[in-house]
Design a protein around this ligand. Sequence first.
Ligand SMILES: [Zn+2]
Ligand SMILES: [Zn+2]
Length: 346
Amino acid sequence: MQAVDFGADSGRTASIRTTEPEGRTMGDEHAHEPDTTVSSGHLVEVVDGVYAWIQPDGTWWLNNAGAVTGTDGTLIVDTCATEARTRRFLDAVQLATDGAPVRFAVNTHEHGDHTYGNSLLPDEAALIGHEAMRAHLLVDPIFDACPPAWEPVPDWGAVTRRVPTIVTRSDLTVHSGTRRIDLMHPGYAAHTEGDLVAWLPEERVLFTGDLLFVGLTPLVFAGSVDGALRALEWITGFGAEVIVPGHGPLAAAADLPGILDDHERYYRFLLELAAAGRRDGLAPLEVAQGADLGEFAGWPDAERVVLNLHRIYADALGRPMDLMAAVVDAMTWSGGPLTTHVCCLG
Ligand SMILES: [Zn+2]
Ligand SMILES: [Zn+2]
């Protein structure tokens, strides 16, 4: 399998055959501290003309993105959280594709780590997203000012709010020259209400967005834990040979059963925890504080247990989730602001 690395200052290469160690060594005391600076983002050509942009270590605000280039230009899959990180991604794509024009872009969902760089896409590129994704990004308060819930408090840089101009409520296929890209919605809320995956049926490459967090604690506070669990089987059905998750290292088909099993165990753990907590009349924070996270304690961003429990409680009670209350509870559980490697310099 060819592995071409564009834009990594370190000169290292990554390959889907050699999944990077930081993502799948949860709790491994020998795991090294990965470089998480702006310059650590790197482009991997997973098949000819299809690229994944991987940002170690995949924790808060450090997403993966992608690009698909055919004879008629490029489709970009997601942007990044900050101006600096998005510029670096788009520059690497330009270099790798000999300056092929960016004609299309898609947001897999509304979260800022995948969308705040949207305004850096060429004006003429058609931006696509799910209808619910567009609606949520239009009113996302974190874009205007990030609350001090993370340390350091991220600064998005010189970006403006840009939302999709083309929306779908289900599936949409983009024919970009020789490439066919199927943008598909699971049919229910999972990571968010408006998730889209980008599926290349010829090349068998699947960009899952945040339906998958490889080697990290999944986050489901904006969607549905039941839906996220259900979506695992949906992902299996694609028969993908290369999987680009929303966060964490690339995966090959052989890696997928283990990755899906990690997610399933975690979601079932959350659902059981919430059911017991509700029986005992406990609030989400009390449930999380009293829980033994067991194998999940060592997964990065473990405090997401609090946010995920808030989601289950809100769904069970049939009411909207109080995002700020959930974030404050996550900070209480953590003993302070949540750690991020995205900062004022990117
Ligand atoms: Zn994300
Ligand atoms: Zn997300």
